[in-house]
Structure formats: structure tokens, C-alpha cells
Design a protein around this ligand. Structure first.
Ligand SMILES: C[S@@+](CC[C@H](N)C(=O)[O-])C[C@H]1O[C@@H](n2cnc3c(N)ncnc32)[C@H](O)[C@@H]1O
Length: 191
């Protein structure tokens, strides 16, 4: 249904959805590579939307790995649940990651993949989410997230890049994924 599409939800909630259309298969491939998925025993996807990255995660993860998603928007969640009925998804804020991990009987999470629209978030929310992610990540864990190419030029995107270096000791960027609207790249972070 159109009202459950990411585009419609973006028009309704631009500051929490943050994307006009879902990520491309090429961006899904880039973000799911080098995220340590093959060896992760626990994986969390934050802000899956309608699931543009989820198929790539499912293809790479070990069959026995614990995998769950956290999505705030109930309308896109309905689409997600229909597409991926086997994936456990929480209709909460990703700021609750540590608590949700505990409910999954996990002490830490090995790989966190995020589709959250960081450049649309105020500073306090960026901190709340990054703090939840870094405190939930295992020592050898990997946090992967994407940014649109233009976002580091915007104040909130620049601020987000600076915060990544405060919350993580290693921050790497991928090459640019041109086949995405808009073009994007991936940040890969380690504790
Ligand atoms: C840019 S869309 C990305 C969707 C999909 N991952 C993709 O790459 O196409 C961002 C998603 O994050 C969700 N979101 C925003 N804030 C959130 C929060 N605090 N916790 C969980 N999900 C959130 C939005 O509802 C939206 O579905």
C-alpha cells in the first residue's frame, strides 16, 4: 500500500524517516560486507524501514546467529513484517538497543547495522543512539551505517562524523556507492 511506502512516510515524517526512497541493492551489498556478519553470533539492524538492507544481512549471517531489528515507524513495519516474517522486529526506538539485547538474552551485540537518518537527528538524539550502540557492542564488534554523499557537508552530518570518532576508536569509510539515490557511502566503526 502506498501509505506504508518509505516515500509516503518520508513526506509525513521527514525528520525521522530521512529518505525519499529505500537503499539500493548495491548499497545493501556494501553495508553488509565487512560488517563481520559471517562470524557474528548476534546482529541488530536499526531502522530497517521496509527492509532494503535486510535481505543482504540474511544472506550473509550464520544460520544460528541471533538477528533482530528495531523500527520506530509502524506503517513501514507492516511492510517489513510481510516481507520478512521470520525476522523478529521491535516497534521501539533504537535508543532501547541495550535493553532489547537483554530481552534477547544477549550481554552484547557483535554486529550493528544501521539505516537511521543521522543527519536528520538533533545532537541529543545522535548522542542517545550512539551511546546505546557503543555500550551494546561487543569488544570485537562492528557498527556499520551509511551516509548520503552530501550529508557531511550539512551541520548535523558533520556533527555526526565528529561524534563517531568520540564513540569509536576506529572509523573507516567505504568507497562511494553511486548506484543509490542519492549516492552514499558506509561508515564502519570499531570500539
Ligand atoms: C533512511 S530510512 C532507511 C530504511 C532502510 N534501512 C533503507 O536503507 O532503505 C530510516 C528508517 O529509520 C527509522 N527510524 C528513525 N528513527 C528511529 C529510531 N529512533 N529507532 C528506530 N528506527 C528509527 C525510520 O522510521 C525509517 O524507517
Amino acid at each position: 500500500m502506498i501509505k506504508n511506502s518509505l516515500t509516503f512516510q518520508f513526506l509525513k515524517n521527514p525528520f525521522s524517516v530521512g529518505a525519499v526512497c529505500p537503499s539500493s541493492p548495491e548499497l545493501a551489498q556494501e553495508i553488509s560486507s565487512f560488517a563481520g556478519l559471517e562470524n557474528a553470533s548476534s546482529i541488530a539492524e536499526l531502522g530497517p524501514g521496509t527492509g532494503a538492507l535486510t535481505g543482504a544481512i540474511l544472506n550473509k549471517k550464520a544460520p544460528e546467529a541471533c538477528f533482530f531489528a528495531i523500527e520506530l515507524n509502524l506503517s513501514v513495519l507492516e511492510v517489513f513484517r510481510k516481507k520478512f516474517p521470520s525476522v523478529k522486529v521491535y516497534n521501539e526506538s533504537a535508543a532501547n538497543l541495550a535493553d532489547i539485547a537483554r530481552r534477547e538474552n544477549l550481554t552484547k551485540v557483535d554486529s550493528v547495522i544501521s539505516g537511521l537518518p543521522w543527519a536528520a537527528f538533533p545532537s541529543a538524539l545522535q548522542d542517545e543512539l550512539l551511546s546505546a550502540i557503543s555500550s551494546s557492542l561487543s569488544e570485537e564488534g562492528c557498527f556499520s551505517t551509511f551516509s548520503y554523499l552530501h550529508c557531511p557537508l550539512l551541520p548535523a552530518g558533520k556533527r555526526f562524523r565528529e561524534k563517531l570518532s568520540r564513540y569509536f576508536t576506529r572509523v573507516e569509510t567505504s568507497s562511494i556507492v553511486w548506484k543509490n539515490v542519492p549516492p552514499a557511502f558506509v561508515y564502519r566503526c570499531r570500539k
